[in-house]
Design a binder for this molecule. Structure first.
Ligand SMILES: N[C@@H](CCC(=O)N[C@@H](CS)C(=O)NCC(=O)O)C(=O)O
Length: 214
């Protein structure tokens, strides 16, 4: 049995959404952020020493890192559905987009949030990340301009990974001038599995991360 450890208002919402898209059986364990610090509770550190969400348990293994968890669930629990096989023409693109959310898009957004939380003060430091944040969002905007999903072959687990990061971008006020990203988010949110996932894993309120957004 697959157990998904989920922290409220967090990227582990993606794993709940993935399981709902795949229609697989899973046990969902809810963990609640500290209302003031927003950090994970001790209950999550009891599952894994780093206390991070998502964490999954399956067949005696405890696994962290969203990208790894997504691919593990698709391959081991769902026969490769929503992933792409190495023989697929867009396998490389699939891997790229799967890794892009956590590897490239999110780090700048995380710095942006912590900068706002801590009152800023070093504009030269932040200007480095501003350039990256803008460039990354424009790259996604261009990729989605003539395409419903990231891959020409249709919806994949990479859309789930990127979708949540873009919801975070939206909460940070970063999607206002990006119509293709806005339309993409609307498309993702209209998916029945997205809605089921919110019923099971939510409610989700990413405005808790909107510090400094005007
Ligand atoms: N790179 C990791 C990041 C995991 C992570 O930082 N998760 C956040 C939730 S969005 C967390 O657990 N925060 C609570 C804390 O650090 O106390 C992944 O992709 O899973």
């Amino acid at each position: 049995m697959l157990t998904v450890h989920h922290l409220n208002n967090s990227r582990s919402q993606r794993i709940v959404w993935l399981c709902e898209e795949l229609g697989i059986d899973y046990t969902l364990v809810h963990h609640q952020r500290d209302a003031e610090t927003l950090r994970a509770p001790d209950s999550l550190r009891a599952v894994h020493v780093l206390g991070k969400a998502p964490t999954i348990e399956h067949d005696g293994q405890t696994i962290i890192e969203t990208d790894a968890i997504i691919e593990y669930i698709c391959q081991v629990c769902a026969g490769g559905r929503l992933s792409r096989a190495p023989s697929a023409p867009d396998y490389g693109q699939y891997l790229q987009w799967l890794a892009f959310s956590e590897g490239t898009l999110f780090p700048g957004l995380g710095v942006d949030l912590i900068y706002a939380w801590t009152g800023g003060g070093n504009a030269v430091f932040m200007s480095f990340f501003e350039v990256e944040i803008t460039k990354n969002h424009q790259y996604v905007e261009a990729a989605l301009t003539d395409q419903a999903y990231l891959l020409p072959s249709g919806f994949s687990a990479a859309d789930i990974n990127l979708g949540w990061s873009l919801e975070f971008s939206e909460a940070r006020g970063r999607t206002k001038a990006l119509p293709a990203i806005q339309a993409y988010l609307a498309r993702l949110r209209a998916r029945p599995a997205y809605r089921r996932a919110l019923e099971r894993g939510g409610p989700q309120d990413l405005s808790v991360f909107s510090a400094g957004v005007v």
